[in-house]
Design a protein around this ligand. Structure first.
Ligand code: PMT
Length: 409
């Protein structure tokens, strides 16, 4: 495997040497990129001798070989050992003013980050927010562990053990390779045009307020990512997403249900598969105030009158073109499985879609979470699949049902 190990400037930089050595002894090709600060903690000759390759440090070296992108493009995995608070912040922000930043941004390979820093820095809300941002993008964070730190301090912030870091690097690389092979084998949506809605609509009340919901867009974006990986041409109608859209997906940004209805009506005839994962407001304020509603003017209670939004899914079903498969979602809060299923079956009938994906939502389920339980109901009311897992795997199960249905039809 080709592995890039980025070494950044912290006292734990000397431990990167044993990670590099283990990877080389296991037979992997290791390219090391050291930041300027890393070289204050560990010497270039050590990193070169242990990796058995020239050390990379300078963005402007090897310009003819376009090294700032080549290393990342060729890598099966990039690991940053140790990752300082500063380097984590820089990756989270997508900064690319040194060779390591460029390499990380230019790569589509998995990124493994092994943080090491003082406890206060690790626990700082800024670092924790940066870690969450990286995790949302699929970065594997290894450690840190709790233990002795420099200067006699002790607590969380110590670099994970060499064996743990090496195992995480190899697991991430193997999983990415497996997924790439599976995607290559299962390009079962090749040549298909797929339209997906994602996120939650916002209905303005006045220039500063809106009526919205807690959809993050994760499930819809996961569907777009998996459909793209399976060979489809994907268009995403995106309403107020909290997550980034994968490169290669064509995006139409909207905010309100009416804007989503207009975009969907225009795009639907050109798509063979339509999946409505967005949480659409059923109602909107009848009147949008031109100025902020003032507390003094409303007294102790505020009454708003709402008017119905178009039912986009029903409109698309009514205007369907031959051969089109339409998938709706049902987000229901009932705790009882049988009751939820019955509500979903009736919803599918009312909406007239081919498949309906039922997910239980609540304060902690469905919305925003990384996980989802999906039950897929067909037009006879049968449950085709009942799957619980991360939203990527849920997306694959939904697309499997779509593919099976289009093959049958
Ligand atoms: O975005 P996440 O945080 O990942 O959360 C995912 C999710 C829970 C939002 C998603 O999995 C989901 O369930 N989306 C549909 C939510 C919803 O609006 O459900 P509903 O039961 O209210 O609507 C039923 C179907 O009709 C949906 O396909 C919806 O897109 C569609 N609809 C609803 C209202 C409307 N006016 N027009 C519509 O087309």
């Amino acid at each position: 495997m080709r592995i890039v190990v980025g070494v950044t400037g912290g006292i734990a930089a000397y431990k990167a040497v044993s990670v590099i050595r283990s990877l080389v002894l296991l037979g992997h090709h290791v390219d090391v990129i050291a930041t300027e600060h890393a070289l204050k903690f560990v010497g270039a000759p050590t990193l070169e001798a242990i990796s058995r390759n020239p050390l990379h440090t300078d963005l402007y070296e090897g310009v003819a070989q376009v090294r700032h992108v080549a290393l990342g493009q060729q890598a099966d995995v990039i690991a940053v050992v140790p990752a300082t608070a500063n380097s984590i912040a820089r990756f989270a922000a997508g900064m690319a003013d040194d060779l390591l930043g460029n390499t990380v941004l230019a790569s589509r390979s998995p990124l493994v980050v092994a943080p090491a820093m003082h406890t206060e820095m690790w626990q700082h809300p800024a670092t924790q927010a940066n870690i969450r941002r990286l995790e949302e993008r699929g970065t594997v964070i290894v450690g840190p562990e709790s233990g002795a730190l420099t200067g006699g301090d002790s607590g969380p912030g110590r670099l994970a053990e060499t064996e743990t870091i090496v195992a995480s690097i190899l697991t991430a690389a193997r999983a990415a390779k497996r997924r790439a092979i599976e995607d290559e084998q299962a390009r079962d949506l090749s040549g298909r045009r797929v339209l997906i809605t994602a996120g939650g609509t916002r209905e303005p009340i006045d220039p500063v307020r809106f009526l919205g919901n807690r959809s993050s867009g994760r499930q819809g974006v996961a569907l777009a990512a998996r459909a793209l990986a399976r060979g489809a041409e994907v268009t995403l109608i995106a309403a107020n997403l909290e997550v980034p859209v994968p490169e290669g997906v064509s995006v139409v940004r909207v905010s309100t249900a009416q804007q989503m209805a207009t975009a969907a009506a225009e795009l639907a005839p050109r798509h063979e598969i339509i999946v409505m994962a967005a949480a659409v407001a059923d109602f909107r304020p009848e009147r949008v105030e031109s100025g902020k509603i003032k507390k003094e003017a409303t007294g102790d209670a505020l009454t708003l009158t709402f008017t119905k939004n178009p039912d986009i899914l029903r409109q698309l079903v009514a205007a369907r073109v031959p051969g089109q498969t339409l998938v709706g979602f049902a987000a229901e809060t009932e705790a009882d499985d049988a009751e939820r299923l019955e509500i979903a079956r009736r919803k599918r009938e009312r909406k007239g879609c081919d498949l309906l994906v039922l997910n239980q939502v609540g304060w902690h389920e469905g919305f925003q979470s990384e996980y989802n339980r999906v039950q897929i109901i067909d037009d006879s009311g049968s449950v085709l699949a009942d799957h619980e897992g991360d939203k990527m795997s849920a997306a694959d199960v939904i697309l499997d049902a779509v593919v099976q249905r289009s093959l049958a039809g």
